[in-house]
Design a protein. Structure first.
Ligand SMILES: *Cc1c(COP(=O)(O)O)cnc(C)c1O
Length: 411
């Protein structure tokens, strides 16, 4: 089925088991537990000798169906779904980190990822080494034998810095360190993480996949590039399970102990959202590109940051990695925080809300919201300016959005 396109492959993903009623939609298995005919079968399932579900903290058929769809279209080795993008990030790191290890990353991070690293992990003896990820030499110099992961976002939010993935994966792999990439900004229908040497891809499925923003979700996608024998936390499992070591850790320990597995209702909604993801992404990205060009022509707007603009410092890298339309998020600067607030308050069509890649266009002032409880010093270090607005473009028409922007700019 490799020759099929994204949607065709997705739509022909079979159910984990044939449905008794030949339902055309995947049923929602709202159940916590599963019954067994015999104690022996129960033992086999609980000890991982048979694939039967035992308890929905670890596996559920509806969630498995969503996972299988993602696995089919990404060509991944293994996929699991969790209750949020943050759960996907934290559960991945908790599988690899140990007291005395370090993680190489950037200060240009989603706010809660930064907070997880700095506030949650540090007290457990995990060192966070912030580097300039556009400087491969600096990254290389910071890696040592206790580095458990190189973590990055493919386009950072809201700074819009693009990681050179081939260069960074080469450095990581030369040092036997896994590259973990949060690819939430560009969906896997367009961005093929495996081609750039990403070992573990993390996606907040709350965003493009859910589409209508119906609920939170996260995905962990393993491309089976990394040899887990080089991971201190996984080397024993690697001897037993080979390239399945990371997923064995997730399924046998992390899902069981952290309880962040996706719920069936969410999996149903997100499996449905996935069916229209690529067409929504294409349309939203095209409108976003058009709006970025128009915003550039307005004198009051001090800077328009979108990697699809030809004069963006990352435009070549962005084109190479993400294609012609690099997503539906842009940022722009007005003269002051006051000007940003006045603009936001006049908008009629664009909604004042957080989140990304909803079908509705959304605007937020990141410095005072997502980064609102951070100190000024940390915001400065993260390059989060209080003159910046972030726009996530939805499915409204480009002209209607443009007219809303123009009327809100008028004094
Ligand atoms: C939204 C987001 C997250 C967190 O995802 P949730 O589903 O909200 O937990 C992580 N990384 C990036 C880049 C995001 O945009």
């Amino acid at each position: 089925m490799d020759e099929l396109n994204f949607e065709s492959k997705l739509l022909s993903t079979p159910f984990p088991k044939k449905d008794n009623y030949n339902s055309l939609s995947m049923p929602v298995y709202n159940t916590a537990a599963y019954e067994f005919d015999t104690a022996e079968e129960m033992e086999a399932a609980f000890c991982g000798k048979t694939p039967e579900c035992t308890y929905s903290r670890i596996a559920n058929p509806t969630v498995q169906y969503f996972e299988n769809r993602v696995k089919t279209v990404t060509g991944a080795f293994a996929v699991t779904a969790l209750n949020s993008g943050m759960a996907a990030i934290t559960n991945t790191i908790m599988s690899l980190a140990y007291s005395g290890c370090n993680i190489i990353t950037s200060r240009h991070l989603f706010g809660n990822t930064y907070s997880f690293f700095v506030n949650t992990l540090k007290p457990f003896g995990v060192e966070i080494r912030f580097c300039d990820l556009t400087n491969v030499q600096e990254v290389s110099e910071n890696i040592d034998t206790n580095t458990c992961a190189l973590f990055l976002e493919i386009i950072t939010n809201p700074q819009m810095e693009v990681a050179d993935l081939a260069a960074l994966s080469a450095v990581a792999h030369a040092n036997r360190v896994p590259l973990i990439a949060d690819s939430t900004i560009i969906p896997f229908s367009t961005f093929h993480a495996k081609d750039f040497g990403v070992d573990i891809e993390i996606v907040s499925s709350t965003k493009y996949i859910s589409g209508g923003a119906t609920g939170l979700g996260g995905l962990i996608i393993d491309y089976s590039i990394f040899d887990w024998a080089h991971s201190p936390r996984l080397k024993d499992l690697a001897r037993q399970f080979g390239n399945n070591a990371f997923f064995a850790k997730l399924r046998q320990e992390i899902h069981r102990n952290f309880g962040a597995y996706m719920t069936p209702q969410t999996a149903y909604m997100q499996a449905l959202g996935l069916e229209t993801m690529e067409i929504r992404f294409q349309r939203e990205s095209q409108i976003c590109t058009e709006l970025a060009k128009r915003l550039k022509s307005i004198p009051e707007i001090e800077g328009v940051n979108y990697t699809g603009l030809p004069d963006n410092p990352f435009s070549d890298l962005s084109l190479k990695q993400f294609g012609q339309y690099p997503g539906a998020m842009l940022t722009f600067d007005l003269a002051s925080k006051k000007a940003c607030y006045s603009f936001m308050n006049k908008l009629k069509l664009i909604r004042r809300a957080t989140n990304l890649f909803d079908n509705k266009s959304l605007i937020i002032h990141p410095a005072s919201t997502i980064f609102g409880t951070f100190t000024q010093q940390v915001r400065d270090e993260m390059n989060v300016s209080d003159k910046t607005l972030r726009l996530s473009v939805g499915l409204e028409s480009a002209d209607d959005l443009w007219n809303d922007i123009l009327q809100a700019l008028e004094n």
